[in-house]
Design a protein around this ligand. Structure first.
Ligand code: CA
Length: 400
């Protein structure tokens, strides 16, 4: 077996998939992160074909979509094969390993439909209190169904992509005003990458989530609060969200997150039968949000009210089909404590309580040049931890 740094979050229990290229060669290839390296898997699969299914064609692709389409049995078989390779002779692997610092990582998935949910009770309660003071913070439907909306897949970008400050309309004292957003924000979320397609008219049961969810990545749902607040009634998020969504480059397989599974919070009131939990599908992921390198929040994913299984069941209960490469996101991850809030809107309480940074600076919303980094980890096997990597983005001035 190849030697790995003892502290690595990318050990054999993780094996996340991504897409990379090397300098001087524009070809995009599928890689698996191991330690500080990326394993170029297609040639390895080519060399080791014979015995079992031929996985090489699924891996000789510039995106993960053919692998996503192949379904759970293939995903499990490939993971077993990868595990064998990793534990096998180092000299077989070595020609296919590239230092992670020497490759460029790309958007791993050609994203189809994109849905964003709203699954943290703490986040939804905070937002209700900020935007509708004096009224019930949760809407009457909130504990009966996972609320979501369809977003814009064409502006999903990989970590490291700069984000241009959006411009648009916002509410003004004497009618609408127009200009660069003055309340640019982030939302720390977890995205779920779908594989195995369904047909129109079919629904996915809560119990079948693992047949369709391939894996997870970190997601930053950039949000222009001023644009959002003016445009969203009555149809929901539109231009305040659609300008950019950033994702981390590594898709961590659901199989790597078995040790992270936890019971979701108690359900009160009871749910309709199609949304009832059948097994523990909460995930004990720990996120961290840094602004210009300073940690401003540590949102805990384990307390999310709605699980990915319930979100997928709800997303398809009307017969809407899913395709390989579709993505749905959890919604902002916020915990009960102030330092666990996953958006600046909540951390600064609507801009009224500036966030103090260690260098003496303060922030309510993002300024040009600010960089946001969201990282995540999960329990691995035998007391270890595995990493979800990071999703990073810097704000550039508006082009207006
Ligand atoms: Ca969101």
């Amino acid at each position: 077996m190849i030697e790995l740094p003892g502290s690595t979050l990318f050990g054999p229990a993780n094996l996340p998939y991504g897409v990379f290229s090397v300098p001087g060669d524009r070809r995009r290839r599928i890689g698996v992160a191991i330690g500080d390296h990326v394993l170029d898997v297609a040639p390895l699969a080519d060399a080791s074909s014979g015995g079992g299914a031929d996985l090489a064609p699924l891996l000789a692709s510039p995106v993960l979509n053919p692998l996503l389409a192949a379904g759970r049995r293939t995903w499990t078989e490939l993971r077993a094969r990868l595990t064998d390779w990793i534990h096998g002779p180092a000299e077989v692997l070595r020609p296919h390993l590239l230092a992670v610092g020497e490759v460029e990582l790309h958007l791993p998935v050609d994203v189809g439909d994109y849905v964003d949910f709203y699954a943290s009770e703490h986040h939804a309660t905070n937002v209700g209190r900020i935007f509708r003071p004096g009224s019930e913070p949760l809407t009457p439907n909130w504990k009966h169904l996972p609320i979501g909306y369809h977003g814009r897949s064409g502006t999903i970008v990989v970590s490291g992509t700069d984000i241009v400050r959006p411009q648009g309309q916002r509410r003004g004292d004497a009618g609408p005003e127009f200009g660069p957003s003055t309340r640019l924000d982030i939302e720390a979320e977890v995205g779920f990458v779908l594989g195995a397609a369904t047909r129109m008219g079919e629904s996915v049961a809560v119990a079948d989530v693992a047949e369709h969810v391939f894996g997870v990545f970190l997601l930053n749902d950039w949000s222009a609060r001023d644009i959002q607040a003016w445009e969203s009634t009555p149809l929901g998020p539109f231009l305040g969200k659609s300008f950019a969504t950033s994702v981390s480059p590594w898709v961590v397989p659901l199989d790597a997150l078995d040790a992270a599974r936890v019971a979701p919070p108690p359900r009160d009131p009871p749910l309709l039968s199609y949304l009832r939990d059948v097994d523990d599908r909460g995930l004990d992921l720990e996120l961290e949000v840094a602004l210009n390198g300073h940690v401003v929040s540590r949102p805990p994913f384990a307390g999310m009210y709605w699980t990915a299984a319930q979100q997928l069941a709800h997303l398809t209960v009307n017969g809407a089909s899913v395709r390989p490469g579709d993505v749905f996101a959890s919604g902002t991850v916020s915990g009960p404590e102030k330092e666990q809030r996953g958006s600046l809107l909540e951390l600064s309480w609507g801009g009224t309580e500036p966030i103090a940074l260690p260098d003496g600076d303060t922030r309510t919303f993002l300024e040009d040049g600010d960089e946001i980094t969201i990282t995540g980890t999960a329990p691995g096997t035998a007391g270890s931890r595995i990493g979800l990597g990071e999703v990073r983005g810097r704000v550039l001035p508006s082009r207006s």
